[in-house]
Design a protein around this ligand. Structure first.
Ligand SMILES: Cc1cc2nc3c(=O)[nH]c(=O)nc-3n(C[C@H](O)[C@H](O)[C@H](O)COP(=O)(O)OP(=O)(O)OC[C@H]3O[C@@H](n4cnc5c(N)ncnc54)[C@H](O)[C@@H]3O)c2cc1C
Length: 463
């Protein structure tokens, strides 16, 4: 260990992902004269770029990775590349791997999450976290496990590889969509000829492998990872085999020279392959930091935070994938570990710390009134709003659908005449209208099923 160094700061933010950077930007804007330190173990940090509003609240944006030395955030805050190993909250300080001891007034933890691997320590079982891990699967036969956004995109983007996709549901992409939308997407999976060509950027190495723990480090990839990295394999054609209603029971290393891995599914089927990509969710990244005081941890492993992003420990905040929203949610909002929420929570934590410091009263940001997410699945823009899959509604809701194969898929979730959520796939242009309908709780009963009649422009109803 290097010689101990003592530092002091008003605001200390841990993590150079979207949550940490967004938190640092907000604090520096609100408290420009105060000392702010952002400490992160990865030398690349993430910033938001190309912000495109699709409505009042729905925004699409790209993620830019910058070296900490040259990043614009460096002009506003002191960025340090180091690993936080311990929090000593009774003394308001943290310790780092390189021997720094940093005294803070306010601390915000934005340490993200790690992929939950089906099997730890197996070199052929990969969790998607960063470009390095993505580049590993340019092999000829891969098993992909998981049914969320990451697994869906891998399956769509992997060319020239034999893929076995193992999903526990009876339709694809269940984290985001319903069986109808899954059917809509399947056309794209069946024929890959009309895939848009991607711009390939050179390979960037920005992950650090912790050799002892085998845990992959670095900020999570952003939503556009597969558009930047060529993950095509070396075969001239590929095949896709979807294993519905299945889970992985067992993973074994073989002595077989062709395929090093034998995967046994819950239906008894055995698949020999080169790699297994484990895309079955993430685990908040807090266990590796020691603390003298125990954080309240939620069932999903995240640090519980209130609507001001405060943890149970005085002057310690948390935001992004590492935290669990432990306030009474608005009826059309829920937590999902996505970049949009990492950014919103980081900003909220920044505002909240600044307000506490200035002894001002603030309220929770309006963005927590409505769940919004913009992503790309199977080459389509996908916008998810509110309780888009009828989350938390049990029953008593209706679904209205409009689908033009290969062009658009629109689903409205309606309860007691009010729009509660929507899935908009394709360039529908309905984002702002849906936002307004949900937030203003407009009674749609007079329009009945005409609200999605293809001959009627629904925006005309409300102009
Ligand atoms: C492959 C992949 C694809 C994804 N695709 C999408 C998508 O399409 N759309 C979407 O919305 N979301 C997507 N996500 C999720 C999204 O990336 C995360 O929700 C988001 O990045 C979380 O941001 P964060 O700032 O909380 O954490 P992260 O981005 O993970 O950043 C955590 C930071 O903390 C640092 N850190 C951790 N521990 C320490 C420590 N002890 N000391 C110092 N620094 C530390 C790390 O180095 C890192 O800089 C994807 C995730 C993955 C892995």
């Amino acid at each position: 260990m290097e010689k101990e160094t003592f530092l002091e700061t008003k605001f200390l933010i841990v993590g150079g992902g979207i949550a940490g950077v967004s938190c640092a930007e907000n604090v520096s804007f609100l408290c420009p004269d105060e000392k702010i330190i952002l400490i992160t173990e990865s030398y690349l940090i993430k910033t938001v770029t190309n912000l495109r509003p699709l409505g009042k609240m729905v925004q699409s944006f790209d993620i830019k990775e910058e070296h900490i030395q040259t990043s614009s955030i460096n002009q506003k805050v002191t960025v340090i590349e180091d690993l936080v190993t311990e929090i000593i909250s009774r003394e308001n300080k943290i310790l780092t791997k390189s021997g720094k001891s940093i005294h803070y007034k306010f601390l915000c933890l934005c340490t993200g999450a790690q992929p939950k691997l089906i099997e730890q320590g197996n070199p052929y079982v990969i969790g998607i976290r960063d470009a390095e891990s993505v580049l590993k699967f340019q092999e000829k036969k891969t098993v992909v496990v998981g049914n969320g956004g990451i697994a869906s995109e891998i399956v769509y983007e992997l060319d020239n590889i034999d893929i076995h996709w193992v999903i526990k549901d009876n339709y694809i992409s269940s984290t985001f969509v319903d069986p109808g939308a899954a059917q809509f997407f399947k056309k794209r999976l069946e024929g890959s000829s009309d895939k848009p060509k991607k711009t390939i950027v050179k390979r960037m190495t920005y992950a650090k492998e912790d050799v002892l723990s085998g845990i992959q480090k670095g900020a999570a990839l952003g939503p556009d990872w597969h558009r930047k990295i060529d993950i095509s394999g070396y075969q001239s054609n590929h095949s896709l085999n979807i294993h519905y209603n299945s889970e992985v029971n067992d993973v074994h290393l073989t002595t077989n020279e062709d395929f090093p891995l034998r995967v046994t599914l819950s239906n008894g089927e055995i698949i020999y392959c080169d790699f297994l990509v484990s895309a079955t969710g993430v685990e908040p990244n807090i266990k590796s930091i020691l603390s003298d005081n125990l954080f309240d941890i939620s069932q999903d492993g995240g640090i519980k935070v209130n609507e001001m992003m405060e943890t149970n420990i005085s002057n310690i905040y948390a935001a992004g994938d590492v935290c669990s929203a432990d306030w009474k949610w608005a009826s059309n909002w829920f937590q999902m570990r996505l970049w949009t929420q990492a950014r919103q929570m980081g900003a909220m934590a920044g505002k909240s710390m600044a307000a506490k410091f200035k002894d001002e009263r603030i309220y929770q940001d309006f963005c927590f009134e409505l769940f919004t997410h913009v992503t790309n699945l199977f080459g389509y823009q996908v916008v998810l709003l509110g309780n888009f899959n009828g989350q938390g509604m049990e029953n008593g809701y209706e679904i209205l659908l409009r689908c033009t194969p290969e062009i658009e898929y629109i689903k409205f979730v309606i309860k007691e005449g009010r729009l509660k959520g929507a899935i908009l796939i394709g360039e529908t242009g309905l984002e702002e209208t849906c936002e307004n309908l949900i937030l203003n709780e407009i009674d749609l009963t007079p329009f009945a099923d005409d609200i999605l009649n293809p001959n009627i422009d629904i925006e005309d109803f409300f102009d």
